[in-house]
Design a protein around this ligand. Structure first.
Ligand code: PEP
Ligand code: MG
Length: 538
């Protein structure tokens, strides 16, 4: 038995077998080899295996998302066969007597840079693909297996770190728990774990090279511990705890259908946060009154190209229809910072959290923004849609957004495409927006406070930095003062204000938030009934 201590992101207990997931961008070591011909043969065999993997991915994608979206795996197969690429790898092995993984990685980088500097947009976009196929080849050469989600039993995922794009691609039904060596409790991967209701630990000092896929483990999200090769006694204890947790959940079910009202008659809306269409199931299961934050950027992650207007329209329409008239607040894309997507070509930044992200991208690249707005407006007729804009810092930005929305409305009018003008609000997640919330309140229909970023920017603490976990304090007086200021300014103008950051689910503050006058809390679906219980007991 080995026990590792980490930090809990989402409480809960899981028992199962582990799957070790190594990073896509693994460190490749350079080693000297003796026999170039043998190494070249190993690379050739790896190319064949990679081809088979890509064929399987293609077949799966054709069934699930259609031929057009699956075509990328065909492109990857063709690129793998490219003789210039293969010759360059073989040449490097022969002349420098280096290992195959190193040669593949170096040549992959060179080709990728070459594509990136080309003028033609199509060729430019191939830079990420060469990187992708090279990473795949390196994984095959190093014996790192791809997870086959279709055949995998529900498992505990152990990883060095997980990016939001890796997480959204996972099959949620197959994940019993997440455990990572790195990561922070406020990262989007942690947020996704909470959303999916999956026990998760971060900062666990395990050596992934020493752990085998298939080893048995317990994830104890209450104690923040990972127990590998548990004893019979530990397994029994964990099973008992799972039973107790399930009984507690069962008790909460009695609160379904009840109002979120305090004993002295004050009420608050309890909505849920989602990241994709299938999350609506959790929203319903937990009896949330609406969706307070649909992080639409997750539709852009884990893919090779922008989602089309039609693809987005279908997703928004489905969510609106399933919510059958209940409020659905969709946030326009908040790409950038930790949510990186190759095809946006954002480039490397020294301070990505302070960089080119969210509404800044939308205002600088209005074509991307307009595609999303068209999809949103077209979907508006299928339910009760509100739209909100992230990372606002000024009234000028709001005016600019209004101008672009008006342009899109004009285009739709001309094309005689029906839409209903949605309620439009902004996220208050920068100190600048909070401090001018009196002015902003006159321009919009509602405020939704993003406490994750508001805390990050108010305290000057990177929410992604694991070393700063103890400093990241969303209970800080400065954050709470800003929240009160935003609520008061909203109410003076007759608009509503809610919280959609993780702090909204902090049970220690529920009473404070109701007393502050917040109109809405939007939280992970699994937290809705827990908060309802506190509010009704107030
Ligand atoms: C926030 O910043 O609180 C928020 C809800 O947005 P995100 O966590 O996606 O940055
Ligand atoms: Mg934010």
């Amino acid at each position: 038995m080995e026990r590792y201590q980490g930090k809990t992101v989402y409480k809960g207990i899981a028992v199962g077998n582990v799957v070790v997931q190594k990073s896509n961008e693994q460190q490749v070591k350079r080693t000297k080899i003796e026999n170039a011909a043998e190494e070249i043969a190993r690379v050739e065999a790896a190319v064949l295996i990679a081809q088979t993997q890509l064929q399987k991915l293609y077949d799966k994608a054709v069934k699930e998302v259609g031929e057009a979206s699956a075509a990328i795996f065909e492109v990857h197969q063709m690129m793998l066969e490219d003789s210039d690429y293969q010759d360059a790898i073989q040449n490097m092995i022969q002349t420098e007597l280096v290992n195959g993984s190193y040669a593949v990685s170096m040549i992959g980088d060179n080709f990728s840079e070459m594509f990136a500097t080309m003028d033609d947009d199509y060729m430019k976009a191939r830079a990420a693909d060469v990187k992708d196929i090279s990473n795949r080849l390196v994984r095959v050469l190093d014996g790192v297996e791809d997870i086959d989600w279709s055949t995998m039993e529900p498992s505990i995922i152990l990883a060095d770190d997980l990016s939001p794009s890796e997480t959204v691609q996972m099959d949620k039904d197959k994940i019993l728990a997440f455990v990572t060596v790195h990561g922070s409790t406020n990262s989007h991967t942690a947020i996704l774990a909470r959303m999916m209701n999956i026990p998760a630990l971060i900062g666990v000092p395990m050596d992934l090279d020493q752990i085998r896929t298939g080893d048995q483990a317990i994830v104890d999200g209450i104690e923040g511990a990972l127990i590998l090769h548990p004893t019979e006694e530990q397994l029994q204890l964990a099973q008992n705890q799972i039973q107790i947790e399930q009984e507690k959940l069962q008790l909460l079910q009695t609160l379904k259908g009840k109002e979120n009202v305090t004993s002295d008659g004050r009420s608050i809306n309890l909505y849920a946060n989602i990241g994709c269409v299938s999350d609506v199931a959790y929203v319903m299961e937990n009896d949330a009154g609406g969706i307070g934050l649909f992080r639409s950027e997750f539709l852009y992650l884990g893919r090779e190209d922008f989602p089309t207007e039609e693809e987005q329209f279908q997703s928004y329409k489905q969510v609106l229809q399933m919510m059958a008239g209940k409020k659905v607040i969709i946030r326009t894309l908040d790409i950038g910072a930790d949510k990186q997507v190759d095809y946006f070509e954002l480039g490397k930044e020294d301070n990505p959290a302070l960089g080119y992200r969210a509404i800044r991208i939308c205002l600088k690249q209005p074509d991307i923004f307009k595609t999303q707005l068209r999809a949103l407006l077209r979907a508006s007729v299928y339910g009760n849609l509100s739209v909100m804009y992230p990372m606002i810092i000024s009234a000028e930005e709001v005016k600019e957004i209004q101008k672009i929305v008006a342009e899109v409305e004009r285009e739709l009018d001309e094309e005689e495409i029906p839409y209903k003008r949605p309620e439009q609000g902004i996220m208050i997640e920068t100190p600048a927006a909070a401090l001018i919330s009196d002015e902003l309140a006159e321009m919009v229909d509602f405020f939704s406070i993003g406490t994750n970023d508001l805390t990050q920017y108010t305290l000057a603490i990177d929410r992604q930095n694991q070393r700063l976990e103890d400093f990241y304090n969303p209970h800080h007086k400065a954050v709470l003062k800003l929240i009160q200021m935003v609520v008061d300014n909203a109410h003076k103008c007759g608009i509503w204000a809610g919280i959609c950051g993780e702090l909204g689910a902090d049970q220690e503050l529920t009473e404070t938030f109701v007393n502050m006058g917040l109109d809405e809390l939007s939280v992970a679906p699994s937290m809705v009934l827990k908060l309802r219980k506190i509010i009704r007991a107030m």
